[in-house]
Ligand binder design. Structure first.
Ligand code: FES
Ligand SMILES: [Fe+2]
Length: 362
């Protein structure tokens, strides 16, 4: 069965359609997405300023895996599953901190160096000698890009720069390295990551949902360029007065949003935590984070968070209805919703052979 035959794109009318509603809350789809999308792509994990010195670590979850990143004695950031090789205890119990020379398991005190190798299996008994490398921590790929730390669960895949593709060059003259962390906003939301992404990738709703945004941007000229092969979207619109907005907005599939300005950045990620449920994390960076600027910075961050809240208000209801059993699928606007179609095609493509099989089960 081809994708078109399943009704995604009706060849006769040219009409394109949303994904089936069940995809937004199915355990089976979620399990496929976890392995085929969220374990295979680079995921934004933390920022470099948060772990500047050797031994600094940050703990978190990626694609449902408990992991941590740690800066090594050589200055390189590495990441590992937060799992002891002895009997599986969680090694680090805090969200961030600095370990001593070693990561010591709180259960039976096996110790691992900052490069993840086993240093000591305390008083194990017998003549057993453990190979340091072989008994090292389970690795997770980690790379830094311009002050941001990304991880990838899958061992094989493109480098981070390859994965970012043209974004790397397009963002080159935005001074990310000079920007400092200011604040975070984190929320758990009962929407699927696809419900969130699709909303982000169309401005058909801007006029009805975002009066503040329409005041500042010339929304009639809002454009979303779909870069299908490189799996990203470039969103742009001129400022209201007709001038050029010096800003760069990207959505990198599956769930990374980069809003870059000369004076700061708003960087957000969507982490799926269950079918129909995400953690939305937004970090705000500003070049000037002096106390005198705090109020202005806070206002800029709150303004951007307000747009996210406006979106979340409506898509919570969308998600409820996707789960409600009445709505099955709807038509996509050829004028405004090509970004949604691009996103959905990325989902289908990355799910690979999982997609037709699941669609056939509809
Ligand atoms: S589980 Fe870590 S030392 Fe036993
Ligand atoms: Fe919106």
């Amino acid at each position: 069965m081809t994708i078109n035959e399943t009704g995604v794109q009706f060849a006769r009318s040219g009409q394109t359609w949303t994904l089936p509603a069940s995809w937004y809350h199915s355990d089976e789809i979620f399990a496929e997405e976890r392995v085929r999308i969220f374990e295979k792509n680079w995921m934004l994990f933390t920022w470099s300023q948060r772990m500047q010195k050797p031994g600094d670590y940050v703990r978190g979850t990626v694609a449902g895996h408990a992991i941590f990143a740690i800066r090594g004695d050589d200055g390189v950031v590495r990441a590992f599953h937060n799992v002891c090789r002895h009997r599986g205890a969680e090694l680090l119990g805090k969200d961030e901190g600095r370990c001593g020379r070693h990561v010591v398991c709180p259960y039976h005190a096996w110790s691992f160096n900052r490069a993840g190798q086993l240093e000591r299996a305390r008083d194990f008994g017998g003549d057993i000698a453990f190979d340091r490398e072989e008994w090292g921590l389970y690795p997770v790929a980690a790379e830094e890009w311009r002050g941001l730390i990304f991880v990838r669960i899958a061992a094989e895949g493109p480098t981070l720069k390859e994965w970012l593709g043209p974004i790397d060059t397009m963002a080159a003259d935005y001074p990310l390295e000079q920007q400092n962390y200011f604040m975070s906003k984190e929320r758990e939301v009962a929407v699927d990551w696809k419900t969130y992404g699709e909303n982000y990738l169309e401005c058909y709703h801007c006029r009805t949902m975002h009066p503040g945004l329409c005041d500042s941007l010339d929304i009639d000229k809002y454009v979303i360029d779909v870069h299908f092969e490189d799996r990203f979207f470039h969103l742009h619109a001129p400022a209201r007065d007709g001038g050029f907005t010096r800003g760069l907005y990207f959505y990198r599939f599956p769930g990374l949003m980069l809003n870059l300005y000369d004076w700061g950045s708003s960087i957000a990620t969507v982490e799926p935590i269950a079918p129909g449920r995400i953690r939305h994390v937004n970090w705000y960076f500003f070049t000037d984070v002096s106390p005198e600027k705090a109020e202005e910075n806070r206002k800029a961050a709150e303004w951007s968070a307000e747009i996210v809240s406006e979106d979340i208000d409506i898509i919570l209801g969308v998600q409820r209805n996707l789960e409600g059993g009445i709505y099955q699928r709807g038509p996509l606007s050829p004028k405004y919703e090509h970004g949604v179609l691009g996103f959905q095609n990325m989902v289908r493509t990355e799910l690979g052979e999982g997609a037709p099989r699941l669609m056939a089960a509809e």
